[in-house]
Ligand binder design. Structure first.
Ligand SMILES: [Zn+2]
Length: 340
């Protein structure tokens, strides 16, 4: 009787294993036949009804059956895994002959290109590039630069004040003071950086823009040094033929002060629409460091003199690339930026 039952179980197992398509099916067969409540286990439980002398033989038969079923299950499981792995490998095959995806490469912003060019020119003349704080004390932004309390530049309308004494710098000129206070002379430095003004955004204004401050302090520095240096700078940026001219101006922290124009690089000075028929383009402000500013930094104006200048970085970038609206520099429209 038991032999027949075992035969039947083996046949059933064989049938089920042939139908199995997944590991889940295999596991289910294991449970159904070999598990605690499985068919084969039930037979082992029935051993107590088998005559004592027959038990070893029946036990052996049960074990053989179990082994055969286990082997069949393991074989099928291994075949399934091999098949699944083959399928996965062929799905993941890489066609090395396909063209690669094009990598988009970034590049420098026009402001940055202009800045690097300016830095290179001044580094070539022995200047150091220094940095200064954007959140600045009123003293460094105004007072030490000879800008009195009632000066229109100090108007709260124009300046982002953080509190009574702290503000977002409106100019990079404060870096001049920081450098002079270090007491290391000679000084030959440029200080590029962000500045902030409470301006409405339009084609020529932005609440955040960039300046490049310049300062030279040494014995015997004259206005001729200023002119020679800035003429060299203009040629470096706008071409060897570029001429410069200086017009008297007023800045509180330089005396005398001037604005520098360059000859129009489009028409060579003859006059065109680009220079509004002037032949000249205004480019920067400059002057000899005011003796009072030197004194406030504990530098003796009888012994030392210097010149300073401030370049609007955006102005240089706009002119250089003939861009007519400053907003384009900040909008990060990729169609615009791709051109540079
Ligand atoms: Zn012109």
């Amino acid at each position: 009787m038991i032999q027949e039952d075992l035969e039947r179980i083996r046949e059933e197992a064989k049938e089920q294993i042939e139908k199995a398509v997944s590991s889940d099916d295999i596991n289910q067969i294991k449970v159904n036949i070999l598990g605690k409540k499985g068919a084969l286990t039930a037979i082992l439980r029935g051993m107590k009804d088998v005559a004592k002398e027959d038990r070893p033989k029946v036990g052996q038969l049960v074990n053989e059956t179990r082994e055969k079923i286990e082997q069949a299950l393991a074989k099928t499981q291994a075949e399934m895994e091999a098949k699944a792995q083959n399928a996965r490998l062929s799905a993941e095959t890489i066609d090395v002959t396909l063209p690669a995806k094009r990598m988009e490469r970034g590049h420098l912003h026009p402001n940055q290109v202009a800045l690097r060019e300016i830095e290179e020119i001044f580094i070539g003349m022995g200047y150091e590039v220094v940095d200064g704080p954007e959140v600045e004390k009123d003293y460094y932004n105004f007072e030490a630069l000879n800008i009195p309390a009632d000066h229109p530049a100090k108007d709260e309308q124009d300046t982002f004040y953080i509190n009574r004494d702290m503000l977002l710098r409106t100019q990079t000129s404060g870096v001049q003071i920081h450098e002079m206070e270090k007491g290391r002379i000679p000084i030959r430095m440029i200080a590029p950086g962000r500045v902030y003004r409470a301006d409405e955004v339009d084609a020529t204004h932005s609440p955040v823009f960039h300046q490049v401050e310049g300062l030279v302090v040494d014995k015997g520095i004259t206005f001729a040094d200023l002119k020679g240096t800035l003429a060299e700078f203009a040629k470096g940026v706008f071409g060897e033929e570029t001429k410069v001219r200086f017009r008297p101006h007023h800045f509180p922290f330089t005396e005398p002060s001037a604005e520098m124009d360059i000859s129009c690089f489009k028409c060579g000075g003859k006059g065109c629409s680009f220079c509004k028929n002037e032949g000249w383009i205004e480019i920067l402000g400059c002057g000899m460091v005011h003796p009072h500013v030197l004194e406030m930094c504990h530098i003796d104006p009888e012994e030392y003199s210097g010149f300073a200048f401030g370049i609007g970085l955006e102005r240089i970038a706009l002119l250089k690339y003939e861009i007519d609206d400053m907003r384009l520099l900040y909008e990060n429209d990729i169609r615009f930026l791709r051109q540079f």
